[in-house]
Design a protein around this ligand. Structure first.
Ligand SMILES: NC(=O)c1ccc[n+]([C@@H]2O[C@H](COP(=O)([O-])OP(=O)(O)OC[C@H]3O[C@@H](n4cnc5c(N)ncnc54)[C@H](OP(=O)(O)O)[C@@H]3O)[C@@H](O)[C@H]2O)c1
Length: 286
């Protein structure tokens, strides 16, 4: 089985993706800022799902954090091959009797990059802080671009691999800079998928609607402000996202409800989208 690197793997959609990949016997590299939480997640994945997990703490809003993760993604096949003989058959998951150790995972090339980390900007643009805008842009656009750029050449060289980017249904709206970042992720992924056609490497973008996670509480929003019907479960979003990756599907919008929302957004005149999105942005503070 392969190795997947997931950003934002300690909560919500990223944590669910981690568990579902672990259940499918993929080794993992988990990235987030909170190191204690990363270690706890890694221990549970290792003990309960029997996979190898490398913990890579990094703040993706900082250049040094993005560089550390990019360096890990550039791990070449040659380096991995050099390191493989050191692993004893008994301790090397695939073909051995136990899961790989973190050190063994740390030298394996990444076959699946999941760009998932993100957060609500949580302020109006004009009166908000430019530092917060910069952090959001760096995590939801800068990191997606830099990590994908680091990962893809090795995947192409090896003739297989996948990039999974988490955007949002808001990508088709006009809900502040958050929607602009997610529109970038969506368009970027479509372009990348076209560029990579025939290489054995795929790119998939997922556009979740409202999903139960820590996302809203972190931005001081109440989940109760929206009706129950509007909510998706993170496990369902993760499941649909990974199924789309397996099919090599470029765009995935989880749930029939949000596929209908997506279709309505595409067909509506932009003045109407702006009007509705304007009301929604005041309420959501995305
Ligand atoms: N929930 C929704 O309704 C919804 C809808 C559409 C799209 N999305 C998108 O789905 C993705 C996942 O969101 P979620 O709902 O699962 O959020 P979540 O539950 O709040 O989880 C966010 C994850 O990202 C990590 N993270 C945040 N800032 C980071 C940074 N600067 N550097 C590294 N890691 C960072 C967090 O860990 P640390 O705090 O330890 O760093 C955490 O692991 C995001 O891209 C979000 O925009 C969410």
């Amino acid at each position: 089985m392969g190795t997947a690197l997931i950003t934002g793997a300690t909560a919500g959609i990223g944590l669910e993706i981690a568990w579902q990949l672990a259940q499918a016997h993929h080794d993992l590299v988990v990235v987030a800022r909170d190191e204690d939480r990363l270690n706890q997640v890694a221990t549970e994945l290792h003990q309960l799902a029997g996979v190898g997990v490398q913990v890579l703490p990094a703040d993706l809003s900082a250049a040094a954090g993005r560089r550390a993760v990019a360096d890990r993604l550039r791990q070449s096949q040659e380096q991995a091959a050099d390191a493989t003989p050191a692993a004893t058959p008994a301790s090397s998951g695939a073909g051995g009797r136990g899961p790989r150790t973190a050190a063994q995972v740390a030298v394996r090339p990444v076959d699946l990059l999941v760009n998932n980390a993100g957060f609500a900007v949580g302020q109006p643009f004009a009166s908000g802080s430019i530092e917060q805008e910069r952090r959001a842009l760096d995590v939801m656009v800068g990191a997606v671009m830099e990590l994908t750029h680091a990962a893809v050449p090795g995947m192409v060289e090896r003739g297989h691999g996948a990039v999974l980017n988490i955007a949002s249904v808001t990508a088709l709206t006009a809900m502040g800079t958050y929607a602009a970042h997610k529109a970038w992720v969506r368009t970027f992924t479509e372009g990348l998928a076209s560029e990579l056609r025939g290489t054995g490497v795929t790119a998939t973008v997922v556009n979740p609607g409202l999903t139960h996670s820590e996302f809203h509480a972190r931005a001081g929003m109440e989940e109760g402000a929206w009706p129950g019907i509007a909510w998706l479960r993170a496990e369902d979003v993760a499941c649909e996202a990974l199924a789309a990756v397996r099919r090599g599907q470029v765009i995935c919008t989880p749930s029939a409800r949000y596929q209908a929302v997506n279709a309505a957004l595409r067909l509506s005149p932009r003045w109407l989208v702006r009007r509705v999105a304007g009301h929604a942005s005041v309420r959501t503070r995305y």
